[in-house]
Design a binder for this molecule. Sequence first.
Ligand SMILES: *[C@@H]1O[C@H](CO)[C@@H](O)[C@H](O)[C@H]1NC(C)=O
Ligand SMILES: *[C@@H]1O[C@H](CO)[C@@H](O)[C@H](O)[C@H]1NC(C)=O
Ligand SMILES: *[C@@H]1O[C@H](CO)[C@@H](O)[C@H](O)[C@H]1NC(C)=O
Ligand SMILES: *[C@@H]1O[C@H](CO)[C@@H](O)[C@H](O)[C@H]1NC(C)=O
Ligand SMILES: *[C@@H]1O[C@H](CO)[C@@H](O)[C@H](O)[C@H]1NC(C)=O
Length: 448
Amino acid sequence: MNVTLLLLTLVFSLVNADCGGEFKIICYFSSWTGIHPEAKNCTHIVYTFARVEDDNTLTGVWNNPLKEFKNNKDPDLKVMLAVGGQDYVIRRANEMMSKDEFRQKFVISTTKLLRTHEFDGIDLNFEPSEALGPPSSPNPQVIEDKKRFTVLCKDLQEEYAEEAARTGRTRLLLTITISGVKKQLESRFELDELAKCADWLNVQTYDYRGSRDKVAEHHSALMPAASATDEDKDLNQDSAIKYIVGTGIEPSKLTLGLPTFGKKFRLTSDLHDLGSPASSVGSVPYTELCRNTNSGWQRVFLDDRKVPIMTKGDEVIGYDDLQSMELKINYAKEQRLGGIVIFPVNFDDSAGQLCNHGKFPIVSLVKELTSNYTVSCAPLTTPPLNTTTAARNRTKNITPKWKIPRTDYFGPNIGPYRYHRRVNNSARILNSIYIVPCVLFQIFFLIV
Ligand SMILES: *[C@@H]1O[C@H](CO)[C@@H](O)[C@H](O)[C@H]1NC(C)=O
Ligand SMILES: *[C@@H]1O[C@H](CO)[C@@H](O)[C@H](O)[C@H]1NC(C)=O
Ligand SMILES: *[C@@H]1O[C@H](CO)[C@@H](O)[C@H](O)[C@H]1NC(C)=O
Ligand SMILES: *[C@@H]1O[C@H](CO)[C@@H](O)[C@H](O)[C@H]1NC(C)=O
Ligand SMILES: *[C@@H]1O[C@H](CO)[C@@H](O)[C@H](O)[C@H]1NC(C)=O
């Protein structure tokens, strides 16, 4: 055979080794809610969460509950172990990364733990549960941590390659869960470096809103709100993916986070709209949301953000149902992403009895929409997002009653108060300056 041709073929296959291939269906699986090993349509199950011990070793896992299932029923399944998750573990991990000897001890200990319990790889998930997380300002500590994270990634990559060569076993996988917020991505991750040392990057495209926010908003919008301004424009999936791909990362190196839960807010004033003052009440699992649809909650689909909310009284839940999930899965395909991360798979309807859409409706939906699909290496041509979903009648479409126009709460030159998405302080102050004399005047009038 012509040597040049051989070389060319080799180079071509190397270049293409990183793009294309199977669309990954990654099921994050929390150990605390039982085991659903029959989630067969997952290509990867990520078992959560291991910790970094005080002596800098990987710890917190005493067995692999999916080992038997994998060995006996689904040999192609990859079972990975995630480390991180909680804030104290993230702090511990930062300490571990701060010294070469700590980091080296950790790296060696991961191989030992993963091999002992027959895991196929590790996911570094040092993302706080609230997207705005640690400071994103480029202070010296943040810059230092950013570099250290790359060093850890490279050390793990080297260790796993070396271990595989030495033992003849399949190399352990290395993935990283990264923030889905542009500002965090800029300041905390050397994305180009991480994309080289990790097998892929899971983008945490949810938890955009939470208890830090004093207003009601969707925690996992696909697109920005039409009314979004400034940094709020970045708090959605599309902005995150476009930003990362814009830095030159191969899209198939990214997976899109698909939350199986909603986030509930309780309105704290009588303003009833997204952007109104509210306090975060917590997360609501998908199965629980299915029950809500039959108990007086009203669903409203947000055409700009491409996700639904449900409302009842003074409560509002931003969540995903099969309709918005379909849009998100199609988005991942259109953007040539490497896969979807279902977070967590525990909240899918494993028995099919709560949501009336069969067993594992979420995992099955991802499988169905991607079954004949392989991630392509063709250059990105940015096709428009097809937001017309097939009429499946999966979700009830209820006419929004939530936004009943109201004409009270007018302030000078700021229009109806309730339409202000973010109640900004000066608007609030202006309003109280206006309202207080008004009320006083009326009281005075009544007395007279
Ligand atoms: C896997 O996905 C297919 C296609 O959506 C579905 O028909 C099947 O029921 C799913 N199997 C399981 C075990 O979830
Ligand atoms: C996948 O492709 C096969 C063969 O082309 C076809 O028979 C099958 O119906 C396809 N499945 C889906 C879900 O499109
Ligand atoms: C968009 O998706 C819908 C439903 O799957 C389909 O009927 C329609 O033809 C698609 N439109 C385009 C432009 O691909
Ligand atoms: C969806 O619901 C509408 C109205 O209830 C009905 O007319 C239509 O046939 C249903 N479509 C499907 C695909 O079931
Ligand atoms: C806040 O509201 C006031 C009054 O409407 C406006 O002048 C100001 O520009 C707003 N500030 C921000 C940061 O949106």
